[in-house]
Write a protein that binds this ligand. Structure first.
Ligand code: SF4
Length: 405
């Protein structure tokens, strides 16, 4: 049987922020170079597209130089040459014996990489199903729920990995909640997660309290990412705060066991995988709807699972979350993953829960499938002007250019 999707462990990658496509991807490309070209002494790297336009703000150049060490490196930013994928780099690798080899690689989002003429074995494809509709059919035929489906395809090991993922997510929130001060870069933005921990009111409604804490958790993780610290791509670094925020808050609120929360991560993973293999997780390719929209969809699915909705309810929640993220542009000010990214994580966490609630009440009248909205997101992303796809040339990035210099 031909398989299409890879393990969800490649969706939830653990690494340094601030950007899965612009730091984790290039980090992995450089590791590949070091492993496969042991005689390399110098590398000339050319960055194209979004890599060139926002690479400095995202720290792509620093990541490449640091990872390649002790191999020396020269980086060129090519703003003009058009490439098939916006996150493309070319490496001219010079060997001890004076020979040179050229490698081109793409970082399509979420820390994945594609290397032309790859020398090592690629990550295996283990899911024969192509999309959510096929997953539903298999589940119905076999009487599986989505968690059992993931177990059948991935084996029990995946839940051990998700355990580590969950701990790392909670660590990023815990660290972010006790840290204050200025985030790195030229924007001079202060961390704010801590400020949301204490209510300004002597009495606070349950809803207001929920919003405040979800904002605190999402900001904490997103600020840790902006600081370049260890986070989990969920599904990207820039959107890393959405899912952990929802999980932390609702684990406590509904007194969910660790096992239930780990299972909900498997649900989020399979939703993210469907988006990854049928559309895109890359802001440079399809705008922020592909990053924050996907994170929102994954978190909504996880929330629906925690609220004991069945596979149809989970699909509806994930669909609604993505449907109402359509059109979201990627316009990071100064190329940093700070404005609008950090607040966007908080807002998406709240929206994910709203999508889950909508699914609870309006499932029977739902008329758009998850697969349809994923295709719509991708097409909308392709239609988006390039300025709104992680170039730092449109939207807030353009508007705030002068004031934030
Ligand atoms: S605006 Fe969205 S897609 Fe763009 S860098 Fe920020 S979080 Fe990522």
């Amino acid at each position: 049987m031909i398989s299409f999707m890879k393990s969800i462990r490649y969706l939830f990658r653990i690494g340094n922020g601030p950007s899965s496509s612009h730091t984790i991807g290039p980090y992995r490309i450089c590791k590949y170079i070091k492993t496969n070209y042991p005689d390399a002494i110098h590398v000339c790297v050319t960055l194209y597209g979004s890599f060139a336009l926002t690479g400095r703000g995202h720290g792509t150049d620093k990541t490449i130089i640091e990872t390649l060490k002790p191999i020396t490196c020269k980086i060129t930013f090519d703003y003009k040459t058009k490439t098939e994928h916006p996150n493309t780099l070319k490496a001219e690798i010079y060997m001890k014996d004076g020979s040179m080899e050229v490698l081109t690689a793409v970082s399509p989002g979420g820390g994945s990489i594609r290397i032309n003429g790859e020398k090592s074995a690629p990550e295996p494809e283990i899911y024969p199903e192509k999309n959510f509709t096929e997953i539903k059919e298999v589940c119905e035929k076999n009487g599986w729920d989505l968690v059992e489906f993931v177990r059948q395809r991935e084996g029990d090991d995946i839940f051990e990995y998700l355990d580590t993922v969950f701990d790392t997510m909670m660590d990023e929130i815990d660290r972010g909640l006790v840290t204050s001060g200025e985030l790195p870069g030229k924007l001079h933005i202060q961390r704010r997660a801590k400020d949301f921990l204490v209510s300004k009111y002597s009495e606070e409604s349950e809803t207001s309290n929920s919003f405040r804490l979800m904002l605190a958790y999402a900001f904490a993780a997103a600020e840790e990412n902006a600081a370049g610290h260890i986070v989990v791509t969920a599904p990207t670094c820039g959107s890393c705060g959405v899912l952990p925020s929802v999980l932390k808050f609702y684990k406590a609120k509904y007194k969910k066991t660790r096992k239930e929360v780990i299972n909900s991560l498997a649900i989020a993973g399979i939703i993210g995988n469907c988006i990854k293999y049928n559309a895109s997780l890359s802001g440079a390719e399809a705008g922020c709807q592909a990053e924050i929209g996907s994170a929102c969809s994954m978190a909504a699915g996880a929330y629906a699972y925690l609220k004991q909705l069945d596979i149809h309810g989970i699909e509806c929640a994930a669909e609604v979350a993505m449907e109402h993220s359509l059109g979201l542009t990627c316009d990071p000010v100064g190329g940093y993953v700070i404005i609008p990214c950090i607040e966007r994580n908080g807002m998406a966490a709240i929206r994910a829960v709203a999508a889950g609630r909508l699914a609870e009440y309006a499932l029977s009248s739902s008329s758009v499938s998850f697969d349809e909205v994923v295709q719509t997101m991708y097409r909308t992303g392709k239609d988006m002007k390039k300025a709104y796809r992680e170039t730092g040339k449109g939207g807030l990035a353009e508007e705030l250019k002068k004031s934030k210099k």
